[in-house]
Design a binder for this molecule. Structure first.
Ligand SMILES: *Cc1c(COP(=O)(O)O)cnc(C)c1O
Length: 458
């Protein structure tokens, strides 16, 4: 399998390169050079989640990984989940909900991170050497990455979070691993400051080479392939020829994985882009103008993003894989903070995607109704997905809708308690979070200070 960049000016790459270098040299994102033909996934009915994930991984790694090896990796990765079905589809208050939060850090990012950690380890075992993974996190990504990479032989992990701006549960998932290869830096600044520092680290090529920097953020293609599996899994669990999904969306990685599942022949209908007050995608689809306006903090912090990086992949596909147009729109965004979607592009996107926005009162209302009527606590991200599903049904979307539950309510106890008056319990396996010591260093919002700390880790 060969990969190309959405901006058309990078050499073709293989799966291993795409895994290690999430961003193409021309600044674009990688996609398969040609899509594998659609399959009849129904032939896999009854297969386990790891088996489906292995099929998908084998498909995208091509001859770089045997089906047997893919099977071993996915078995191991998803054995870390607390539920035997890994990502069960359940009925909740008349809604179909796929629970993606049974992994070690109670958020859907565990699905991809557990697999990608093993892919990195395998890649480094083959090539020799070591890698230092650096992530900026507003909460969930850091915990999922630390949990997946702690104590690995060839890898170390440095997570940068904004000091005193993430929840205690989120922080403890990063800071209580006790592993020698984990470095937690609490940056005296915002999430944007953390992200800016990480960008500068990668931009300093000498430094990046010195400590063998690697990244696991949501533009990494390998992360998306891991997420494709649960859409196919849900299509096998739910009867129907047109199964819609409502996806709480930030960076567009998760919902794009749904589009890929459809491309591979899974009976996916519409993909509902469910957003919070950071509604750049909703505005782009409804009005045709994709425009940065700054980030508003909400009760669903993992969706508080200014631009949705993976949307570039959707634009590339919707334009008939027009790399020149994609590169032009991205340059326009860089220079003017906005771009316009043509009528043709909007019509093409509308074939697969619809969008709904939930304001804070609506999020609270969904959480309150589910707690009062069904005795179920939803986390705020999942509530935004449910809101999207209900709105789509009001707008006459027919057929089953599966909402992705992207986080366990115990990960956002303050928001859940404020909306419902109830405090969610942590699953038993997470109780140790509060009995273990935290390890992290507070650093100024300064790239030189972070470099110093990283050199110490190596
Ligand atoms: C990351 C995250 C999202 C958004 O996923 P994207 O792939 O960025 O769209 C939604 N919910 C939760 C809980 C998350 O951690």
């Amino acid at each position: 399998m060969k990969y190309i960049s959405t901006r058309g000016a990078s050499p073709e790459a293989n799966f291993d390169t795409v895994l290690r270098k999430a961003l193409a040299p021309d600044g674009g994102l990688y996609l398969p050079k040609s899509w594998p033909g659609p399959r009849d996934w129904r032939a896999m009915k009854g297969a386990s989640f790891p088996e489906i994930a292995a099929e998908v991984l084998h498909l995208f790694a091509g001859d770089e990984m045997s089906r047997e090896e893919a099977g071993r990796l996915t078995e191991e990765a998803f054995a870390t989940f607390r539920h035997p079905d890994v990502t069960p589809v359940v009925d909740l208050g008349g809604e179909k909900v796929m629970e993606l939060f049974h992994g070690p850090t109670l958020a859907f990012k565990d699905v991809a991170m557990q697999l990608i950690a093993r892919l990195f380890e395998r890649s480094l075992e083959k090539s020799g050497g070591a890698m230092t993974v650096v992530v900026a996190t507003s909460g969930d990504t850091g915990g999922a990455a630390v949990s997946a990479l702690a104590n690995r032989e060839h890898l170390s992990i440095c997570a940068l979070h904004p000091h005193e701006r993430i929840s205690g549960v989120q922080r403890r998932f990063m800071t209580t691993s006790g592993a020698p290869n984990v470095l937690n830096l609490a940056v005296e600044g915002t999430f944007d400051d953390c992200q800016a520092i990480v960008k500068e680290l990668f931009a300093d090529r000498d430094f990046a080479a010195e400590v063998s920097l690697g990244g696991v953020n949501s533009i990494n293609w390998a992360r998306i392939t891991a997420q494709v599996s649960y859409y196919i899994w849900a299509c096998l669990a739910v009867e129907g020829d047109d199964i819609h999904f409502s996806v709480p969306t930030g960076n567009f990685g998760d919902v794009f994985a749904g589009w890929v599942a459809k491309k591979l022949g899974a009976p996916v209908g519409k993909l509902i882009i469910a957003v919070n007050e950071n509604d750049i995608l909703d505005r782009a689809l409804r009005v045709g103008i994709y425009e940065k306006r700054g980030v508003l903090p909400t009760s669903s912090p993992s969706m508080d993003i200014e631009i949705a990086s993976n949307f570039e992949r959707a634009i590339f596909e919707a334009s008939g894989r027009n790399a020149e147009m994609t590169a032009d729109l991205m340059a326009c965004l860089r220079e003017t903070d906005r771009f316009r979607l043509s009528k043709e592009l909007r019509a093409e996107l509308a074939k697969d995607f619809v969008s709904y926005k939930a304001g804070e009162p609506e999020v609270r209302a969904v959480m309150a109704v589910f707690a009062a009527h069904y005795g179920t606590l939803l986390d705020p991200h999942t509530a935004i997905g449910i809101h999207g599903a209900r709105r789509a049904r009001e707008d006459a979307l027919e057929g089953p809708i599966v909402t992705l539950a992207t986080a366990h309510p115990a990960k956002f106890p303050e928001a859940v308690a404020a909306a419902t008056g109830k405090t969610p319990d942590l699953p038993v396996s997470s109780e140790q979070l509060f009995s273990q010591d935290e390890v992290f260093s507070v650093v100024p919002s300064d790239t030189a200070a972070v470099k110093e700390a990283l050199r110490g880790l190596k």
